[in-house]
Design a protein around this ligand. Structure first.
Ligand code: THG
Length: 371
């Protein structure tokens, strides 16, 4: 059953780009960090083909920034995550699991190091700022923690380099993956990173100043007219194919970083010092009992997953599907799910109990984009 229309109010935050996004014909929104996040323009499938072929401008302002600045900023940031940040340099981005006192995932943000004593945490959909403020208070860290007037706008798709070069100059094409640097735009200097929530390549512009949003969006759309640029958004099909995790969908605070396949970002030495270490110790040594996998679900196109779909082997519960979409390119339903150890090997066939009945679900080796 479809949901009734969501009412809007001041609590559901607009972004600096909302007027342009509405003018561009956005067809659906979701709510992320209490902010509007577009989910489709033409249709999820049409947007998907366009994203893989051309270039899109995404209003991802809902990736809110938490700024941490001060003498204890680096110590505090390190204590939030089991990932070793000792070698992190200014101008680098890092994807970091953030865990609670039990070792459960409470966010999977991108961390940016702006200075030795200044960081931005570009968050997924959870109220991470309160956890960080509480820890800073409890441990008496000397750091200011706040949400700055910063609003990410992404350029994604194979023509991203061409478009970014036209706005920021050709040097930007030399920027490495998960690096960021300041670039001139009109009278401002903006941080731009080579990152984004797709496998098609691109950049994320960290706009400073809410009121500059319309100008930046319009500049990009004008500069990209002959590249067939369009307003777009993170695409459900493409991100499942790419194995990009969605916090709140594919994992919650019930899951450890190891279950999320983020064990490669967990370091035992540093873990010793991170909040939640005790909850991680056992899995660090023995591994998790279940883990995220890409799966191919047979049969016709499935509806989006609004609740988990159980996975079975005969009468035994083997896990659950957390995200699914029909993929035109792979000609199957692509899915992500949490699968018990006994059944997680590539090639294993499970039974998925979907709203459209029982379907065969095949465990993949890596993501679809890796195939
Ligand atoms: N960009 C920025 N902030 C974000 C997101 C983003 N905040 C919210 C959300 N997305 C956080 N989640 C993710 C999930 C995956 C990735 C980034 C943010 C990602 N992962 C790559 C991977 O899994 O291969 C790269 C990881 C790595 O090499 O470190 O890019 O998209 N600013």
């Amino acid at each position: 059953m479809g949901l009734p229309i969501l009412s809007v109010s001041r609590r559901l935050r607009r972004t600096p780009f909302t007027d342009q996004i509405v003018e561009s014909g956005v067809k659906s929104y979701t709510v992320y960090n209490r902010m509007l996040l577009p989910t489709s323009f033409e249709s999820v499938e049409d947007d998907y083909h366009h994203l893989k072929r051309d270039v899109q401008i995404w209003d991802v302002s809902c990736e809110r920034q938490i700024e941490i600045i001060g003498p204890d900023a680096a110590t505090l940031v390190q204590r939030l995550t089991p990932r070793n940040l000792a070698t992190m340099k200014i101008g680098q981005c890092r994807y970091i699991p953030v865990v609670d006192e039990t070792g459960g995932m409470i966010n999977d943000p991108v961390l940016l190091k702006l200075a030795d004593d200044r960081f931005w945490i570009s968050i997924a959909d959870s109220d991470l700022i309160f956890w960080i403020k509480g820890l800073a208070q409890g441990s008496q860290y000397n750091a200011k923690i706040f949400e700055p007037d910063v609003h990410p706008l992404a350029i994604q798709g194979p023509k991203s380099d061409e478009l970014a070069a036209r706005i920021f100059g050709p040097e930007i094409t030399q920027l490495g993956f998960f690096k960021f640097a300041p670039y001139k735009w009109r009278e401002q200097t903006l941080y731009v990173g080579r990152s984004g929530y797709s496998r098609q390549g691109g950049f994320e512009i960290y706009l400073q100043g809410f009121s500059n949003g319309a100008q930046l969006f319009n500049d990009l759309m004008e500069a990209g007219a002959d590249l067939n640029v369009r307003a777009g958004c993170p695409n459900l099909i493409e991100r499942i194919e790419g194995g990009l995790l969605s916090y709140g969908n594919d994992m919650t605070s019930e899951n450890s970083p190891f279950e999320c396949g983020l064990g490669k970002f967990c370091n035992l030495d540093i873990v010793t010092n991170c909040f939640g270490f005790d909850g991680l110790r056992e899995e660090f040594i023995n591994g998790p009992q279940q883990q995220i996998r890409s799966l191919s679900i047979d049969g016709p196109a499935l509806m989006p997953c609004t609740d988990v779909w159980s996975l079975y082997v005969r009468d035994e519960l083997a896990g659950h599907i957390t995200s699914a979409a029909w993929s035109p390119d792979f000609d199957t339903n692509v899915a992500l799910g949490m699968v018990h150890k006994k059944y997680w090997d590539a090639g294993t066939v499970l039974t998925a109990k979907t709203p459209d009945g029982e379907r065969q679900a095949l465990i993949m080796q890596g993501s679809f984009a890796d195939q």
